[in-house]
Design a protein around this ligand. Structure first.
Ligand code: G
Ligand code: G
Ligand code: MN
Ligand code: NA
Length: 252
């Protein structure tokens, strides 16, 4: 209860920070980042999003917090442009945000305030029982895609209705869950599943991103299977925004 009231206070005053984890292309060049929310409190120290995001969903604070994340994403796109090194920024959306009204408007306001175009923002959406009403979510996602946002299905393969998502929802890309990636170089079933996921996505016109890449061997195996983008500790851990911007300068 105490933690909940701290969360409310910080949701109201935007007391969160964000870190950025790079995504790289097949050559290992960074093409964008995923923005991840961080919360630090005097009483509880750093609280993991695995703990505070569900709390935010349960208490209804996720709407407000999600809005902060959208602004942070749009502002970061802006900083990349201003620095002369444009990159995409992915932001995680809670299923609750999809079901609340106003997401499209919130995104528009965030882009307008930052002076950026929607095509530099990626929206990461995880499979969830809350979103299995495709009739509600499908038209929203279709509109968002038409406006120009990139839609990514997060943690693919771990939810209970993955194929139904692929069938009904207009994703541009699929992020293959790290549980598949982890086992790719020593478990032939994981490798076969992954190979066919990549082919399936290609057949449906979607690109694939591998999450949780931790070794060069995994990177090479994934590249051989045709995966287009990669993310994981092998390339970079989530880092403070300023560190990411410095790194970008160095790489250029
Ligand atoms: O940041 P970390 O790697 O610990 O993330 C743990 C989980 O929290 C991931 O599933 C991630 O998607 C989620 N998460 C991190 N930041 C955000 C955010 O801004 N919004 C939502 N909805 N989830 C987030
Ligand atoms: O569910 P989502 O993909 O949004 O979660 C992102 C989470 O994955 C973050 O908590 C991030 O720290 C974690 N993560 C990113 N790369 C790696 C990795 O290579 N290995 C592991 N174990 N976790 C990772
Ligand atoms: Mn994600
Ligand atoms: Na994920």
């Amino acid at each position: 209860v105490r933690m909940q009231s701290l969360l409310r206070t910080d949701a109201e005053r935007n007391g969160f920070t964000f870190v950025a984890q790079p995504k790289v292309d097949r050559d290992g060049h960074a093409v964008g980042v995923e923005l991840l929310m961080r919360w630090s409190t005097p009483a509880f120290g750093n609280v993991s999003p695995v703990e505070f995001i569900p709390m935010a969903e349960k208490t209804g604070l996720i709407g407000l917090m999600g809005r902060h994340a959208l602004h942070a994403a749009a502002q970061l796109v802006r900083r990349g442009q201003d620095a002369g090194h444009p990159f995409t920024v992915a932001v995680n959306l809670s299923p609750k945000q999809l079901l609340q009204r106003g997401l499209e408007q919130q995104l528009m306001v965030a882009c307008q305030r930052a002076g950026i175009r929607p095509d530099q923002i990626e929206l990461e959406i995880t499979e969830s029982a809350q979103v299995d009403n495709m009739a509600v979510v499908e038209p929203l996602l279709r509109r968002l895609r038409e406006i120009g946002y990139t839609l990514a299905l997060d943690d693919f393969g771990t939810g209970y209705s993955s194929l139904s998502y692929l069938r009904h929802l207009p994703f541009n890309k699929i992020k293959i869950d790290r549980s598949f990636v982890m086992d790719i170089d020593h478990d032939s079933r994981a490798a076969k599943l992954l190979a066919h996921m990549v082919q399936l996505c290609a057949a449906l016109g979607m690109s694939t991103v591998a999450e949780g890449v931790e070794t060069q061997a995994q990177f090479e195996a994934l590249r051989d299977l045709g995966v287009q983008e990669f993310q994981g500790y092998h390339f970079a851990r989530p880092m403070p925004i300023d560190q990411w911007l410095l790194r970008l300068e160095d790489e250029a």
